[in-house]
Design a protein. Structure first.
Length: 216
């Protein structure tokens, strides 16, 4: 059994905003566990920490022994502030990681970022700036500037996952994005689904969970 705990914390910026989240704790909280933050899809199109795939990934990570923090970006749910075009949301991700790192029994050497769609785009732009992150898993990443050069020097484990029918994150673009990146890296194209993974949430969550459970 895993334990879910509603929490609040602050974004990292000059005038920090209070954000809301849910911590998913693995069973047996006696020893240190890895930890992961989960960044949700686009706030202007219904994205939140309650998106079924985000919930499924958080629950699966906890089942895999990883403390998972899903949270609402600024302006979503009870999180303060307003949408900030992906820039302010990187400060939200930083605040989420600060909060996760501060939790007793979280292994500070094994901190991960998981992102889906817009949240994956935020993660791709943020991860290189934070040396605390030991691995990143991005699902159907969406970038405002798809030609942006990212992760070219990131030599930590990286998972990229998309549905073969995705038109928001086309597999041709994702393959080209991943090709020049340094190892270790994993690209997983899931057949028979698209950007939303309807009915496949547990399958995607299992792939992400197993990747991070073996990331180090």
């Amino acid at each position: 059994m895993v334990f879910a705990q509603h929490v609040t914390f602050h974004s990292r910026e000059g005038y920090p905003l209070q954000l809301e989240g849910v911590l998913h704790w693995p069973a047996g909280r006696g020893e240190e566990r890895p930890g992961a933050i989960l960044c949700h899809p686009h706030p202007l199109y219904g994205g939140s920490m309650e998106v079924p795939l985000v919930v499924a990934m958080a629950e699966e990570l906890a089942q895999q022994g990883i403390v998972a923090l899903r949270f609402n970006f600024r302006g979503v749910g009870r999180s303060q502030g307003t949408y900030a075009g992906g820039e302010g949301e990187m400060a939200d991700a930083a605040g989420a990681l600060d909060f996760l790192e501060s939790q007793a029994k979280v292994d500070r050497e094994k901190l991960y970022l998981v992102g889906y769609s817009f949240g994956a785009g935020v993660g791709l732009r943020y991860v290189e700036s934070d040396p605390r992150l030991a691995a990143v898993a991005v699902v159907a990443p969406y970038l405002e500037n798809p030609g942006q050069s990212l992760l070219k020097g990131y030599t930590k484990p990286k998972l990229f996952l998309a549905g073969e029918g995705d038109t928001i994150c086309p597999t041709e673009w994702l393959r080209a994005f991943v090709a020049p990146l340094p190892e270790p890296k994993t690209l997983h194209i899931l057949p028979g689904t698209d950007h939303f993974f309807w009915g496949r949430e547990r399958e995607v969550a299992r792939i992400v969970g197993e990747f991070l459970a073996n990331a180090g």
